[in-house]
Design a protein around this ligand. Structure first.
Ligand SMILES: Cc1ncc(COP(=O)(O)O)c(C=O)c1O
Length: 348
């Protein structure tokens, strides 16, 4: 475990004492038998928040995403999504492995695209030769695209086009509540037209484990069976679901602090460190992407020196780094990060 200021991801958050107390007090049963009351309570709460008929608790957002693809795609069907999305980038080829789905990426470095770009990517040719464009997945907020929340009108336009094209639609809302806070709306409003929604509990919301997949109630038997096939059916999962309930009741509004800390970091990096090029000095949510440009300290060494000084970032691409703010990062930490970066610059 990294002991310093860990900006690697919001996945590094540790459960708070109050969350652990909620976990300790949870009423438990056998989830595989449908007998865990706390898991049921979380599923009902999540379905209600997302405005969906049904929701199921999973161990990870990756599993929830992959099951959504299995639900909608047959082998050879096309899954349309931004080229930078987690489904294509970091699920180890899961769409091909589990569903036999073909990736049909939309060229979009930010992860956000227009209805026209969706229509241009959709495969219009029909007939026995052609794969079938079956499903659209949208990441909100985007991760490696830059931590952006989708503008609501643009999302509506794209969803309208998706319905016209008769695509099944999935929202990878692993960081949905960051988008909710950024766009000052509700989760229901963002999730509104999607057939299925993944919501991760173990990122900015601060749970140790867990994700939700919301889906149409008519698919319950299929989703439940897929959960079993994927090895995601659990036993006394209420101990984890209790953390999810706690997070949904207590940890949403505070995401605004993470956004403010990311903005502070981005602005200070932009203004004070000439070796750093910040991609967006006014970040949308809790992610700051930046490039390190210095001839004397190559990018890998920059990363290692930061770690040696007690600050950890993640590394994407040759010079591209990401800092993610979360529940355990304070404004004081941001000031310490800036001092560290200045010390590293002086070491040259
Ligand atoms: C956008 C997005 N979707 C899905 C996931 C998968 O989450 P997990 O690794 O917890 O399964 C991540 C993880 O970082 C993510 O950023």
């Amino acid at each position: 475990m990294f002991k310093g200021i860990d900006l690697f991801s919001d996945t590094v958050t540790q459960p708070s004492r109050a969350m652990k107390e909620a976990m300790m007090n949870a009423e438990l049963g056998d989830e595989q038998k449908g007998e865990d009351p706390t898991t049921h309570a979380l599923e009902e709460m999540a379905a209600d928040l997302l405005g969906k008929e049904a929701a199921m608790f999973f161990p990870s957002a990756t599993m929830a995403n992959e099951i959504a693809i299995r639900l909608f795609c047959e082998p050879g069907d096309e899954l349309i999504a931004a080229e930078t999305c987690h489904l294509f980038f970091a699920e180890a080829g899961g769409p091909a492995i589990h569903a036999g789905a073909m990736a049909r990426p939309i060229h979009s470095p930010t992860g956000i695209f227009s209805a026209k770009e969706l229509r241009d990517t959709y495969r219009w040719s029909k007939g026995p030769h052609y794969p079938i464009s079956k499903m659209l997945s949208i990441e909100n907020t985007t991760n490696v695209g830059g931590g952006h929340a989708w503008p609501l009108e643009q999302l509506d336009d794209v969803m309208h086009a998706a319905k016209e094209l008769q695509l099944k639609t999935h929202l990878d809302g692993s960081r949905l509540f960051n988008a909710v806070v950024k766009t000052a709306t509700t989760a229901k409003r963002i999730a509104n037209n999607f057939d299925a929604v993944t919501l991760c509990l173990s990122k900015g919301l601060g749970c140790p484990i867990g994700a939700i997949l919301a889906y149409p109630a008519k698919d319950f038997v299929k989703v439940r069976r897929l959960k079993q096939i994927f090895g995601g059916a659990m036993r006394q999962s209420g101990i984890l679901a209790a953390a999810g309930i706690y997070a949904l009741q207590n940890n949403i509004d505070r995401l605004a602090e993470d956004h403010a800390n990311a903005a502070l970091l981005a602005q200070r990096m932009h203004n004070e460190i000439t070796e750093i090029r910040v991609e967006n000095s006014n970040p949308s949510t809790n992610m700051v992407f930046f490039e390190w440009h210095d001839e004397k300290i190559p990018p890998n060494e920059f990363l290692q020196r930061c770690i040696n000084h007690g600050v950890r970032f993640s590394h994407f691409g040759e010079k591209r780094f990401r800092a993610v703010t979360h529940r355990q990062i304070t404004q004081k930490d941001i000031n310490t990060v800036m001092e560290t970066l200045k010390e590293i610059c002086l070491e040259k």
